[in-house]
Write a protein that binds this ligand. Sequence first.
Ligand SMILES: Nc1nc2c(ncn2[C@@H]2O[C@H](COP(=O)(O)OP(=O)(O)OP(=O)(O)O)[C@@H](O)[C@H]2O)c(=O)[nH]1
Length: 258
Amino acid sequence: MPETPTHPSTEPVLSPSKGSGSGGRALRIGVAGPVGTGKSSLIALLCRELGTELSLAVVTNDIYTDEDARFLRSAGVLDPERIRAVETGACPHTAIRDDVTQNLLAVEDLERDFAPVDVVLVESGGDNLTATFSPALVDAQFFVLDVAGGGDVARKGGPGIGRADALVVNKTDLAPYVGVDVEQMVADAEAAREGRTVLPLSRLDPASVARVRAWVLHTLEQFRSGEHVAQDPGPMAPHFHAETGETHSHAHDHEHAH
Ligand SMILES: Nc1nc2c(ncn2[C@@H]2O[C@H](COP(=O)(O)OP(=O)(O)OP(=O)(O)O)[C@@H](O)[C@H]2O)c(=O)[nH]1
């Protein structure tokens, strides 16, 4: 795990007391995005940045392994007991959108075992551009892209890019090596998102790290005061499951196995 630079805090330290809007539970933040864009790294960075002032916990989702949880435990950014893995056994969106039971139980267990918890970070398994969290599971969500995926990705749209609470354009330090104009990519993302938050990020750029950190603290403040309302970025696009030959959209709300 490469080093994330630390920097002096410029944000007010929040009191751990719960406001009336939170219902006494933690703020639950989802982290979704395509494979390898830096979801685990973002969670490690947030644990490092906020772990001394907030009580944090993490739930990871992998299809067949607990690799992301093991990565985060080995990063040494959080008490390993506060990191739990959910093995979805199916495409990632199933457990974060269609039937969130496994994840909800993991979140509630952590909230109970380490009470009071301020923020639970839930990492989705890496997917394509379509998976987003159900608002039944998380209160707010990041969608993570990286510059290495190409400067045009932000224009391609989809529910996460368009409507997640915050879109992270990650690994901006790599832009010169992959021929991406970060400013243009961010402008494209802002246009696609109609004013919603876009956060360019590189773990090598302390100012960008500070903005992501500040966004989490601001969202927590809003959550506690009751001003934050969980948004649903919307259902994923129709897609195909090779193992079943089934094509479906996940737009429905009835239960089904696959
Ligand atoms: N250069 C650079 N590399 C980064 C940055 N953030 C993450 N990475 C690297 O990107 C790679 C993928 O990061 P992960 O955090 O594992 O990505 P992920 O989205 O969790 O991956 P999956 O769980 O497999 O979907 C790793 O090699 C990270 O070290 C960054 O800001 N700059």
